[in-house]
Write a protein that binds this ligand. Structure first.
Ligand code: KIV
Ligand code: ZN
Length: 386
């Protein structure tokens, strides 16, 4: 498969790895709504589910395949014929189907999950890819727990599955174990030692157990990965997956050094983040990068003053670029006169220096008693002055 080396494919797995989280299950109708939003957002691939896992998941993959036109629809399987047959059946209406098959690659998984040997696992991996190729041209292979796998064996496995027809090779850090330089070095090793690596796209699939999912995915890209598997709000098993919105904004902010781009329309982030959070019943932490409630809220006096003088002093992303109307200047006891003046002017009050100094004293008294000051509080404060 020919691909543009400067394009980073965004593989969204909100509806598969994300939806596996207890309490996050969605109906097929809800999944279709999110898939249509993901298509508008500009993702390249939607992982729609794991069809053999339940009749509901099977049906969702069928319906998503019908509902989505331009994006690749992907279905997950284990490395066995039945899973692959069922996935192929679920994908029958997809305009651009992909089967995502794979098996454990670390000795830990080989021994304690499959009670098998490296040789037998390698055979199963190759057989699974060959079987999937009977149905679809686009076959992605995942080497589960690649983060802890022996490098030489991983390289052998990846070379064998590409020779069998894999178009994308996914190197999951399933347990969120790697450090960014370790994960990057793994991708570099594969780039340099797998003879046929140029016939496939390398994909980074990182979990967030140590809070490193996004950093590891970026390290993957810096070393040759051209697909990132991620979810809206970073939801996913345990501590979650790589967050889609973080990856896309990193690509935008650091385009000059990373030299790859995505098709993502970041202006839709706030909308889709809130929708996924509500539908999946998963609140977003307030300090979450890009989509958290406080991601564009300035609250300390020093920051507020600097921001009001020149917003780039404290802003590397414009709130409008992620679909927010404006940054927030939160009034608390840590705010300074400049922030108070800004809010009073916004409410139509223009105070001279002395009036502002008086109002600021009353403001501080009030702010010491309240966590946050509202517009109504400010109006009362100025009315006292009058
Ligand atoms: O984390 C993982 O290894 C996965 C695979 C099934 C791709 O989700
Ligand atoms: Zn995963």
């Amino acid at each position: 498969m020919l691909h543009d080396p400067n394009h980073l494919y965004i593989f969204d797995t909100t509806l598969r790895d994300g939806e596996q989280v207890p309490g996050c299950q969605l109906t097929t109708v809800e999944k279709i709504e999110i898939a249509k939003d993901l298509e508008k957002l500009g993702v390249d691939i939607i992982e729609a589910g794991f069809p053999v896992s339940s009749p509901g998941d099977f049906q969702s993959v069928v319906e998503l395949s019908k509902a989505v036109n331009d994006v690749i629809i992907c279905a997950l399987t284990r490395a066995n014929e039945n899973d692959i047959d069922v996935a192929a059946d679920a994908l029958k209406y997809a305009k651009r189907p992909r089967i995502h098959t794979g098996i454990g690659a670390s000795d830990m998984h080989i021994q304690y999950k499959f009670n098998s040997t490296r040789e037998a696992i390698l055979e199963r991996a190759v057989a699974a890819v060959k079987h999937a190729k009977k149905y679809v041209e686009d076959v992605e292979f995942y080497a589960e727990d690649a983060g802890r796998a022996d490098l030489e064996f991983l390289a052998k496995m990846i070379e064998a599955v590409i020779a069998a027809g894999a178009t994308v090779v996914n190197i999951p850090d399933t347990n969120g174990y790697c450090l960014p330089d370790q994960y990057g070095a793994k991708i570099k090793f594969l780039k340099e030692h797998v003879k046929n690596i140029d016939q496939a796209i390398i994909s980074a699939h990182c979990h967030n157990d140590l809070g490193l999912a996004t950093a590891n995915s970026i390290a993957g890209v810096q070393n040759g990965a051209r697909q990132i598997e991620c979810t809206i709000n970073g939801i996913g098993e345990r501590a979650g997956n790589t967050s889609l919105e973080e990856v896309a904004m990193i690509m935008k902010v650091h385009q000059q050094s990373l030299k790859v781009g995505t098709n993502i329309n970041s202006k839709l982030f706030t909308h889709i983040s809130r929708k996924v959070s509500e539908m999946m019943n998963m609140p977003v932490q307030p300090n979450k990068a890009i989509v958290g409630r406080n991601a564009f809220a300035h609250s300390s006096g020093i920051h507020q003053d600097g921001f009001l003088k020149h917003r780039e002093n404290y802003e590397i992303i414009k709130p409008e670029d992620v679909g927010l109307a404006e940054a927030d200047i939160i009034l608390t006891a840590r705010s300074g006169r400049h922030a108070l003046k800004h809010h009073l002017e916004r409410l139509g009050f223009s105070l001279d220096k002395e009036q502002l100094a008086d109002a600021y004293k009353r403001f501080l008294d009030l702010a010491d008693q309240k966590k946050q000051i509202t517009d109504e509080d400010l109006i009362n404060l100025v009315k006292v002055e009058a």
